[in-house]
Ligand binder design. Structure first.
Ligand code: F6P
Length: 327
C-alpha cells in the first residue's frame, strides 16, 4: 500500500450524467474510511484553476445517491486545455496539498486529466461518467442506463401520437460521436430504424427505415437519428424523407437535455458506487492515470490513453437485431 496519498481531490466535469452523485458519495466515503482527506472541487477543472474547493465529510454526501445531475456542478473548461490553465490548476493542487485526483466525466475530462498527470506528476483516476457510453474498455458508463430508460419512455409516448396520426417521427438522440444510445433505445422502443454514424450511409438507412415494402405493412414509423450522424440532425432526415416520399407526413422531436436528467437507475447507482470504491483502492494500490471500467460485471482498470483513443464500436448483433425486428 502506498501511504503517500493523504488528500485527494474529486471533481465532475463535462456533461452531467445521472449517477455522478452516487460516484462522488462512494469516492468520498471510501477515502474517509481509509483515513484520506477529501477535497471536493466545484465546477470541474475551472474550480481547480480558481480554487473553488471544500473539504468534504461523510455527511456532505448524505442523501445524494438518488439525485440526478451533480452536486459538485460541472463545466467544460477551455482554460484547462491551455498549458497556462493547467499551471494555475497545479498551483491550487500545491496550495491545497492534494496528492491525487479522481475525475468523473467523459472523453474531454479524461483527455485533460491525462495531460495534467503527465505534466505535473499527479496521479489521476478517471470514473466514466457520461450518458454517451463512448469510452473504450468499459461495457457501461455511469448515466447511460438511466438515459436509455428516459429515451425509451419518450419513444413510448411518441408512439401513441405517431400511430394516431399515421406519421413518421424523426427523434434526435444525443451521443456526441457515438450511436450506443440511439441504437439501443431504438431496440428498446421497438423503432423502425436508427440512423447512427457507425453504420452505412444515411440515405441507405432511410430507405431501410421507410422503404415502400415496409410502408405496405405499417402506417407509422419512429426513426431515431443520432445527433451527429447527419448534418442538421433529425430535421435534415425529415426533409430527405418528405422529398423522396411526399405522401408521408413527418414530425421531428429533439429530446435534447431531457436525456441527461432524472434520478439515476438502480444499475447506475450500483455501477457508480462500485467504481467509486474501486477508484480509491486503485490509488492506494499505486495505480495512476487509469479509468475504472466494468467488463462482464468485473471492475477493471484501463489506461486513460486507451479509454480515450481506442474506438468502441456498437455491437453488430444489436444492429442486426434492430434490422431484423423492425420489419
Ligand atoms: O457528452 C454528453 C452530451 O450530452 C452529448 O451527448 C452531447 O453531444 C453533449 O453532451 C451536449 O453538450 P452540452 O450540454 O454542452 O450542450
Amino acid at each position: 500500500m502506498d501511504n503517500k496519498i493523504k488528500t485527494i481531490g474529486v471533481l465532475t466535469s463535462g456533461g452531467d450524467a445521472p449517477g455522478m452523485n452516487a460516484a462522488v458519495r462512494a469516492v468520498t466515503r471510501t477515502a474517509i474510511s481509509q483515513g484520506i482527506c477529501v477535497k471536493a472541487i466545484y465546477r470541474g477543472y475551472q474550480g481547480l484553476i480558481d480554487g473553488e474547493i471544500k473539504e468534504f465529510t461523510t455527511q456532505d454526501v448524505s442523501g445524494i445517491i438518488q439525485r440526478g445531475g451533480t452536486i459538485l456542478k460541472s463545466a467544460r473548461c477551455m482554460e484547462f486545455q491551455t498549458p497556462e490553465g493547467r499551471k494555475k490548476a497545479y498551483k491550487t493542487i500545491q496550495k491545497e496539498h492534494i496528492d491525487a485526483l479522481v475525475v468523473i466525466g467523459g472523453d474531454g475530462t479524461f483527455t485533460g486529466g491525462r495531460l495534467f498527470a503527465q505534466e505535473y506528476d499527479v496521479p489521476v483516476i478517471g470514473l466514466p461518467g457520461t450518458i454517451d457510453n463512448d469510452l473504450w474498455g468499459t461495457d457501461a458508463t455511469i448515466g447511460y442506463d438511466t438515459s436509455l430508460s428516459t429515451i425509451t419512455d419518450c419513444i413510448d409516448k411518441l408512439r401513441d401520437t405517431a400511430t394516431s396520426h399515421e406519421r413518421v417521427f424523426l427523434v434526435e438522440i444525443m451521443g456526441r460521436n457515438a450511436g450506443f444510445l440511439t441504437l439501443n433505445a431504438a431496440i428498446a422502443g421497438g423503432c423502425e430504424a436508427a440512423i447512427i454514424p457507425e453504420r452505412k450511409s444515411v440515405p441507405e438507412q432511410i430507405e431501410d427505415a421507410i422503404g415502400n415494402g415496409r410502408r405496405k405493412t405499417k402506417n407509422s414509423s419512429i426513426v431515431l437519428v443520432q445527433e451527429h450522424a447527419v448534418e442538421g440532425g433529425a430535421a435534415t432526415v425529415a426533409k430527405m424523407i418528405e422529398k423522396a416520399h411526399p405522401e408521408y407526413s413527418t414530425r421531428v422531436t429533439v429530446l435534447g437535455h431531457l436525456q441527461r436528467g432524472g434520478s439515476p437507475s438502480a444499475y447506475d447507482r450500483i455501477l457508480a458506487s462500485r467504481m467509486g470504491v474501486a477508484a480509491i483502492y486503485a490509488l492506494l494500490d499505486g495505480q495512476r492515470n487509469v479509468m475504472v471500467g466494468i467488463q462482464n460485471d468485473d471492475i477493471v482498470l484501463v489506461p486513460l490513453s486507451k479509454a480515450i483513443h481506442q474506438k468502441k464500436d456498437v455491437k453488430e448483433d444489436a444492429w442486426q437485431a434492430l434490422l431484423t425486428l423492425s420489419i
